[in-house]
Unconditional design. Structure first.
Length: 130
């Protein structure tokens, strides 16, 4: 069982891919709370060169609220991370966490139902990028 949902975008720049991902997340009711630039962070902290890699912390507030009502410690697994990475020029990989898979460990049926609904939204985000 995979812990992520993924697709490859071709003939698009890294910045264009980020814009497309944010747009599709918005279409499914997500906002981006955090944006972590791993390339810049690794250069600053370790002085190493890394390829374009950003982590977008996406949150759908109504679903986050439902999840927190079902399980108060679930904040340790929020927000839903979506990564955008460019290992090869012009080939952008977009991957999002599969919340249904990650929530299985919690063993809370109400939470698993909510995670399944969020999973469907993230699948649509990834599918709509193609």
């Amino acid at each position: 069982m995979s812990y992520y949902i993924t697709t490859i975008l071709k003939n698009v720049s890294f910045d264009e891919a980020i814009e497309k991902v944010i747009h599709e997340l918005k279409n499914e009711g997500f906002g981006v709370l955090t944006e972590i630039d791993m390339k810049a962070t690794l250069k600053k902290k370790l002085n190493v060169d890394f390829y374009n890699y950003k982590i977008l912390g996406a949150c759908n507030a109504p679903f986050a609220y439902k999840a927190l009502q079902a399980e108060d410690k679930i904040g340790t697994m929020l927000p839903c991370n979506v990564i955008v990475q460019e290992k090869q020029k012009g080939m952008i990989e977009v991957s999002g966490v599969d919340p249904a898979t990650s929530m299985i460990a919690v063993e809370n049926k109400d939470l698993i139902k909510t995670a399944g609904e969020v999973r469907e939204k993230l699948i649509r985000v990834i599918d709509n990028l193609k």
